[in-house]
Design a protein around this ligand. Sequence first.
Ligand code: SF4
Length: 316
Amino acid sequence: MKKFKYIYGPVPSRRMGNSLGISPIPEKTCNYSCVYCQLGRTDHLSNIREEFFPLEDILSELRDYNVGEHDIDVISIVGEGEPTLYSRLGELIISIKEITKKPVAVITNGALLYDKEVRKELMAADIVLPSVDAYSEEIYKKIDRPYGKFKFNTIRKGLIDFSDEYKGQLHLEIMLVDGFNSSDEDIEAFKEYLKKINYDKVYINTCVRPPAESNVKPVGHDRIAHAVNELNGISIDMLASGSFYSDTENTYDAVLSISSRHPLSQFELKSFLYSRDLSEEDIDSMIAKLSVDERVTVINYGGIKTYRSRKDKRGN
Ligand code: SF4
């Protein structure tokens, strides 16, 4: 069976159902280095848009995958860094829509929405999901740790302008980080900020997966409930629903591939291994192998083990 390099999943997404991911960005290439990033610290902090991988190669994979043969609700351009850094994003979205009739979503940190060209390219997407982690320069710098001279007011204006121009579904996500942006005052300030944005939904999330920085902690259910109530938001539950899926025949390789894009909690890992009809014995031995594999980091966060892998130098 063909091994895919740019597409992965489908991944069960609380927000969008079965989501087939497309990653046009090399691992950890981003214009932010968020303290809560589940992929670890950003090691390629950049704001230069590039065609990191040939557009034709990505599209050819998608054609080979044959979306119609799978249970997919949405195609998400997401991945291992910030997707708006892909210089041919607009063409990518338009071409995906020529290949499949499934809706196309772009999950972004929203930083480049100040750029008219990026806003124009995103117009072709059906759903755009920008993050809104801050309402002030101070919190923005503290949580998102942006590239170079990014200013909160520029980012804020970009999002407001985009929300006025965009005709598709605009879903915001606020990531609450304990002690950073989650007090009553913070929620009140978010409320004021949101009034300026023309959005369809706001999701409230917290960092349930191991973050880039060890001092980062998720907020409790009461904080989430408070924010949901005050902001008229939707809570993203703590654990993903459904099970993961991979076309990679070799189960061990499939786990490495999924966990490089989407770190797997011990529960998600087990449920994926069960879906492969492995015996308890095989599951235990695979988990033991993962635990000592140098490509895999096992993080104990909140009493739950999470498996995060990095690709080897060949990108496998
Ligand atoms: S969470 Fe997203 S925006 Fe933040 S550093 Fe990670 S990839 Fe970049």
